[in-house]
Structure formats: C-alpha cells, structure tokens
Design a protein around this ligand. Structure first.
Ligand SMILES: Cc1cc2nc3c(=O)[nH]c(=O)nc-3n(C[C@H](O)[C@H](O)[C@H](O)COP(=O)(O)O)c2cc1C
Length: 333
C-alpha cells in the first residue's frame, strides 16, 4: 500500500499546480505565506548551500526550518560535491519538507563555475550519477530543477537528461527554459519543456516568463506540462497565483487586486518583516516588494518615492494611510 508521503506527493502534481519558484533572498517563510494565501499551490525554499547546511550554519538552518503551517513546501539544496549533496539531503529530510529539490540551474558564476547549480549541465553524466545517489539516500521524493542546457550547445541536453533523470528515480523535473549562459535575458523557450515532457512519464514543470494567468495557460496548453512555476512576477504581483487558479480551474479571468488589497498587503508585509527582523531591517527589506505591490496605482511613483525615503514603520504606515485617505475609490490599472 502506498504510504502517506507518497499519496500527498502525487496529489501535489495532480491538478496543474501553480508553484512559487525558489528565489534567494525572496522566498523566505514570510513570502511563501503571502503567496500561499493568494493561491500558490506549492512553494520551494530559497536554495540552501549544502556546505552551510552540513556545518550547521545559522542561515542555512533558518532556511530549512519549516513551521507546521508552511506546507506544502519543498527544500532546495545546491552544491558541487555529490557526497556532500547526499549528506545535505539527509539533513534536509529531517526538516520534514514535502520533498527535496536539487538545484542544477543556478547560472550565477560564483555557483555555476564551481560546478554547482547549472555547472552540473556541463557534465550530464555526473549530474545523473549525483541525482541517483541523492535519490537512494533519502526516503522523501527527490526532484530536480534545471535549465535546457549550459549554452551554447547546438543540441540542448535537456531531453536526453530528462529521460536519464527519470531512470534514476527523480520524481519531477522543473525546467527553466533558458540556457545558463542566458541568465535571465532573452525569451524562455517553452518548447524545450514540451520536448522533454514527451519522453518521460514523470511530471515536468515549465518555468520561465510565466508572468500572467494567460501565460500560464498558454505554457500548459503549448507544452502539456504538469504545472507551472512562477518566479519574478510573483515578487511584484503575488496575486498571480489566484489569477492562474481562476483561469485554469474555472476558465475565469478575474480582476486584479483592489486598492485596498494592495495597501493591505503593503501593511502586512511591513509589519511582518519588522517583526521578524529589526524595524529598520524589515522596512528596508520590504521596499523591493512594495514597489511591485503598488505598481499601476494612480500616483504610485510619488508614493514609492516617499516610502523609499522612510525608515520607520509608523512613518510608512502614515504614508500609506494618507494615500488611501486621498484615493478612496482608486483601483489598480
Ligand atoms: C532573485 C532571484 C533569485 C533566484 N534564486 C533561485 C534559487 O535559489 N534557486 C533556483 O532554483 N532558482 C532561483 N532563481 C531562478 C527562479 O527560480 C526561476 O527559475 C527564474 O527566475 C525564471 O522564472 P521567472 O521567469 O518566472 O522569473 C532565482 C531568480 C531570481 C530572480
């Protein structure tokens, strides 16, 4: 009989999930909760360095600590040494995530040049062997997130890799449809996810440039993939998840968030961030999110400008309250 972990894991991918992408310094527990409240079906932690995890470093430990309500969430690990990844996967497993994801897609030179992240794409043979070892080492399901190739291969390795990763027991493959050399530039080519999906039985998740509900539907229709993963657009617009769900589940295009919702999320974010860090640290860390939450509002540029110059929590709240009082009926574009 199938165990509970297995049943739950399969259910995660049964209904075309909209997944919050792992993003360093972005997808912490607080932001995961924000996205989950707005429809994200599944979240992945920021990538966790396997050396940091094995040394018991404070940051790595915090990244793998999952509160009971922070579910379903996968832990993503990265590293270049297969033995260390195996050990790190065991440590991550003890934190009881929904599954363990191995990062084979990070293009950042300090990671990829050392053979971690997308560096694995330079040696597909080694990548498959590493994945096999990690799969064998833990009882939780193991997934891989990667890119279509390192670049500029004339023939992208992803299709062959998909088959071989499935053969060694990888349970889901997420494909960021760019090469490592592309970084975040140029358009993601979803057709690679379609080609990989055709040759495997495991779920393939399409990632890259899913920046609206319509894009999510098109990516799924074009590729036949099992789900979508959303990265950068979620930072500005975490409501994308409920918009995707409405379109996929009910065929509905729902309106964007109201002014009240946008301001309320700004307040929620500021309050929680200040509580988790210091007041100053929380206010500053919130800025990158607030400008996205406010985008499209009448007078947003001036509002953002005021917020950027304000270091106190009450000051930010006053600015938001004053804006709201002067814009009672405004709706986001
Ligand atoms: C700020 C930032 C941090 C990221 N950190 C990670 C990470 O820790 N692990 C990972 O697999 N991908 C990471 N990525 C890549 C995203 O998960 C995603 O694959 C990429 O942004 C493409 O999706 P998008 O077009 O929806 O943004 C990061 C991307 C950004 C913008």
């Amino acid at each position: 009989m199938e165990n509970e972990i297995e049943t739950r894991f399969k259910a995660l991918f049964a209904n075309r999930p909209a997944i919050l992408a792992p993003m360093e310094d972005v997808t912490d527990a607080m932001f995961r909760a924000i996205c989950r409240d707005r429809g994200a079906d599944l979240c992945v932690t920021e990538f966790v360095n396997c050396e940091g995890l094995l040394r018991g470093c404070r940051i790595a430990k915090r990244k793998v600590t999952l509160a009971p309500e922070d579910r379903p969430t996968a832990i993503q690990i990265y590293g270049s040494d297969p033995h260390r990844l195996v050990d790190a996967a065991r440590v991550a497993e003890a934190a009881n995530p929904s599954y363990i994801d191995v990062n084979c897609g990070c293009w950042v030179p300090k990671v990829a040049r050392r053979g971690a992240g997308a560096g694995w794409l330079r040696d597909p043979e080694a990548m498959v062997a590493m994945a096999r070892d990690v799969v064998k080492a833990v009882s939780l399901p193991v997934t891989v997130k990667t890119r279509i190739g390192y670049g500029p291969e004339s023939h992208m390795p992803i299709v062959d890799l998909a088959r071989r990763l499935e053969d060694v027991g990888v349970r889901v493959l997420t494909i960021h449809c760019r090469t490592a050399e592309m970084g975040h530039t140029g358009a993601a080519d979803w057709q690679w996810a379609a080609r990989a999906r055709e040759v495997v039985g495991i779920p393939v998740i399409v990632n890259g440039d899913i920046n609206s509900a319509e894009a999510a539907k098109k990516a799924l229709d074009d590729t036949g993939c099992a789900g979508v993963m959303v990265g950068r657009r979620a930072i500005d617009h975490p409501w994308i998840f409920r918009e995707i769900r409405a379109l996929l589940d009910r065929g509905e295009t729902i309106p964007g968030p109201t002014l009240a919702e946008r301001l309320s999320l700004c307040r929620e974010h500021l309050n929680k961030a200040a509580m988790e860090r210091t007041e100053l640290g929380g206010v500053r860390a919130s800025r990158r999110y607030l400008s996205g939450y406010l985008r499209g509002l009448h007078g947003a540029a001036a509002l953002r400008q005021k917020l950027v110059l304000c270091d106190s929590l009450t000051g930010c709240m006053d600015i938001l309250n004053e804006y709201e009082a002067n814009m009672p009926n405004a709706h986001a574009a």
